[in-house]
Design a protein around this ligand. Sequence first.
Ligand code: NAD
Ligand code: UGA
Length: 314
Amino acid sequence: MTDVVTGAAGFIGAHLASRLLADGHDVIGIDCFTDYYDPARKRSNVEKLLVHPRFRLVELDLAEEDVREHVSGAACVYHLAAQPGVRGSWGPGFAPYVRNNIVATQRLLETIRDSGARIVFASSSSVYGEAEEGLTTEDRIPRPVSPYGVTKLCSEQLVMAYRRAAGIDARCVRYFTVYGPRQRPDMAFSRFVEAARRGVAVDLYGDGEQTRDFTYVADAVDATIRAGLVDEPGEAIFNVGGGSTASVRGVLSILERIFGQPMKVREMPPQAGDVRHTGADLARARRVLDWRPTVSLEDGLRAQVEAAGERNVK
Ligand code: NAD
Ligand code: UGA
């Protein structure tokens, strides 16, 4: 079975491609190595895949180039390519969000409409916006509070429109703050681990009491593959969360335990678009995908810290 993974050189996409290969699938990875963060990191992610005989890399920009020949014959297209990151999406930073999230997704959907492949779209908890304490179900009306969240909701809605009106077999997984080895360098845990290793202060945005449903990358990948394999799921949108929430200060305490030293903190103002709380109701993913997260925050953080010690590119 051949699957396509877009964004295969990125953080989650590289883990996903690697797991699909291990499960016996052939994988075509598509990526254009955007410079949102150092493309050398993405090259390093892909190096681990290129040694595999059933992996093929196609360097191609989904917002501009034709992807038809690579998608035709694929069983499932896992669409993870995007411009991620909540805080950089304001002001002049917005243009790549429109291009890589909305335009690229629409062009891919037009191709899939002809090829008949299934698509699993990587959506985001950021589509919800401010949530109440407790758990958010997929039926909550989305009210994003960042331009990034708006583009992820727009691309998710495009996927759903092609599903309703063009008959595409589509599923969306709404990831909640994913972490683990090779996490993007702009994300909190990457920055905290790097600061701890260098003995410098972390930037703490706001009071640090904001909470997240942090999700270990292998759990997110497992849910994604189950969403790709399940036949006639009935539902199309699935929350993918870590199974418990923690505050940012709580995370710093765990890191103090792991590193055996106090974390230095530089207090910074709250960031626009940074929601107070996320919490994934996982009942639907449990029922339809037979999936539940398995990795605790402390175990997952330890794995990320260990992997950061081995990394040789910045
Ligand atoms: P990432 O930036 O590491 O990976 C995305 C990849 O897509 C990059 O390698 C980039 O080069 C590629 N890409 C971007 N635009 C492209 C284009 N036009 N053509 C071809 N390739 C392109 O990000 P990630 O953290 O791995 O996120 C993967 C997906 O999951 C994204 O869709 C993101 O919105 C979503 N998501 C991530 C998280 C998280 O916590 N990391 C949470 C929710 C949703
Ligand atoms: C993350 C991803 O970056 C988005 O791409 C994704 O769509 C989103 O999750 C999601 O769940 O949908 P975010 O929750 O902001 O967004 O993830 P982090 O960058 O890891 O930040 C987590 C928390 O730590 C935020 O409250 C942030 O303000 C805080 N933080 C981050 C700091 O206090 N200091 C930092 O240096 C970085």
